[in-house]
Design a protein. Sequence first.
Length: 439
Amino acid sequence: MFAYKGDKKSRGGNTLTLLKDGEEFYAQLLRRIRRARREIFLETFILADDRIGNLLRRALLAAVRRGVWVSVTADSYGTFFLKDEYIYELSRAGVIFQIYDPQPKLFNSRPKVIRRLHRKLAVIDNTYAFVGGINLCDDHLTHHNANGKRDFAVEIVGPVVQDVRRLCASYVREVAPDRKAVFDDTQVTPPPAHYQVHKNAEVAFISRDNRRNRSEIEKAYLAAIHRAKKSVTIANAYFFPGYRMIRAMRKATARGVRVRLILQGNPDIPMALRAAQCLYDTLIRHNIEVYEYTERPLHAKIATIDDNWSSIGSSNLDPWSLSLNLEANIFVEQPEFNTQLREEMEMLIEQSRRVEYETLQKLDWVAQMRNTLLYHFLRRLPGLVTRIPNPHPRVEQLRRIFTTKAGESRNKHLAREYPESKNARQVIVERRSQTLGEV
């Protein structure tokens, strides 16, 4: 199926449901959480204390009360402003709440901006897995928010769910060794009728880290582009890949393949658009069609190639995603799923403006020089970063221990470490760290 080193990771017999924007994704995720029976794994870059965050908090608390084991792993950069009360309520109830590679407590800042946990994953009862690019916050609601980000996710039922669960469990310190991940097909319930369900899909779940799987996602893209015969369509929020991918696209157009790129025209990070614009001249001169999506901010990381191959996940095609962050995508071979995703991408193109060569000539030399310098700086940033000594990142579990006068004797060692706990009904924060040697 997949002509690259990760071929052994592909599995057949999966059922996929494409979820568009936050409205569909949050509804389906919350539906599965509210029906969970045994365990819930959540991983996210951003978790906010807003409408979506509060719905999620209430659903997780209800799950814990039903006896469901729950873990939440969130990135320290994306979750820096999450209120302590939010974490306290979850951890007090029994949720294992973890922060990936915590920010130093220095001037209330976030200096660690690279090597982040950028994945967006969920696994419920080893039966349902969610993979995509949608964070757990209001930013992805589009119906009543003109600046809501356009993005996609997918719900998976089938053998590949075990691969997603295995990755999530490897980041949780307190997964009981005797906890059995049993797939129970009797509790599989179909999504609502308005969702399209695609069965018997061949799926590879590919993640990248900074040890063993540094370039698996990029290799999967390159292998598919090299094999393309008719069309390559990529929608990506932050696009300035390496020379290998640009060269692969140029070779594809040379053999008659239609290559189209859908990029941000209304960016949430203007610097990303300027860096991408540096490539426009090269791309357009080699017959690669470039479209800038202008309807709203584009946050998608999706692709379709020919009639049978598609990808969806958290990985952008930029130096951070391809060289530094922890990412996860699925790569699918299933014609019907490909057709649905391609239709969504055609709608994105209809709402985009095509970048013409004549438009590029109107840029003044200052703008062209700025874009060029910015692009080459960002392209070389991963190489510079890897030269900086970096200890293995940590996953830090945050526990909120609610103490009373009666419980002070049991917590003397904590009271010595946290003197403020001597007062009745004080909250103590216990931080347990796990060094991750494999990321």
